[in-house]
Design a protein around this ligand. Sequence first.
Ligand code: NAD
Length: 416
Amino acid sequence: MDYKVKDIGLAKEGEKLVRWAEQHMPVLMGIRKEFEKERPLKGIRIAACLHVTKETAVLIETLKKGGATVALTGSNPLSTNDGVAAYLAKNGIHVYAWHGNHDKYYWCIEQALKINPQITMDDGGDLVTTLHTKRQDLIKGVMGGTEETTTGVNRQRAMEKNGILRYPIIAVNDAMTKYLFDNRYGTGQSSIDGILRATSILLAGKKFVIAGYGWCGRGLAMRARGMGAHVIITEVDEIRALEAAMDGFEVMPMEKAAKIGDIFVTVTGNKHVIDAKHMEKMKDGAIVANSGHFDNEINVDWLEKNAVEKKEIRNNVMEYKLKNGRKIYLLAEGRLVNLAAAEGHPSEVMDMSFSNQALAVKWIVENHGKLENKVYKVPEELDREVAKRKLAAMGIKIDKLTREQIRYMREWKEGT
Ligand SMILES: NC(=O)c1ccc[n+]([C@@H]2O[C@H](COP(=O)([O-])OP(=O)(O)OC[C@H]3O[C@@H](n4cnc5c(N)ncnc54)[C@H](O)[C@@H]3O)[C@@H](O)[C@H]2O)c1
């Protein structure tokens, strides 16, 4: 058994977390039961690059029960839970991940690729990119892959457009039962969880600036408002900006928001959204965090080079003193604050995201011969199946269309 984790002795601690997550992931646990019986992934080798959280462990064990052999690496240097990694390593998963593996991040990805994967499972696209650049020799054996997040899907669509993508990818992020819940309610709640665990500040009455009014930004805005913050949105897309304004939020450019904000969170998937010119204008004591996939949304390099003083004043809070005498507090190195400073998304939303992942992997195994080297959506019937099972697990029943209603919906003659 090959693996590299921080401390295998932490496995018991990790197991408790995993059991807790299982209790809150009824849909995925139902799929696990079916996988155990049907073994749809028998003999399949999967390399996964995902945040190593308790929920990920529930997914990985489900794939294993389905017959797969799995190698797992983390998709961010600060998102691995060392207890969970140890638990998985002890239970037959090739895990290469530990919290703070900055220098070895790509080494870990390369170790996971040693499994010679038939399926890749990515969160952000680093695994797919590594395969397409450094390990092209392995690509011929790959049936397909799945992608968990917006940034990864954007990267893989760019690869498809440039004719570089060499195997089919299922954009799990784009399933309705993923982004409508995970990105919105998951990122919304857990980003605030991360900010509060790191800083312990009061949100009520604070000016809370959110860059990006996509699915994550909407969820975050909704939750920050719920805690009494005065929410300001910055956007580059006119439709989203309009939507934010009509949802009742103040909308303005970052240059203006920089001067008045108390807390800033980027969730755009874009680069240097908070740049030097913004940080120079911020008030003394401004708190800056990121919940987008990569740590380049805030220009942390500029802060590192231009601060006259830097000190860690709490876990996950770095104080930077600027030349103008003002202090800026950067959370979790500008990495995903919900994963680095808290536990990532609650299990209930990951239940749906990871059910899509499990069903998408099974679908690739069954259909890869018919697929081209493109980014595909999760088939709608799978997406709706996840929604049906989640409703059932929540004890919620809904109405059914009557025959008359079905006929009426297809009709064009009946009017006023
Ligand atoms: N923290 C997490 O656990 C988590 C979960 C899901 C997604 N993500 C990541 O969060 C990011 C956003 O995801 P999403 O699903 O909301 O994407 P999205 O595409 O729905 O929204 C992004 C928004 O940012 C806006 N934007 C782009 N550049 C901007 C700029 N310079 N200033 C202001 N706004 C700008 C876009 O117009 C868009 O409305 C991605 O990187 C995604 O991978 C993180």
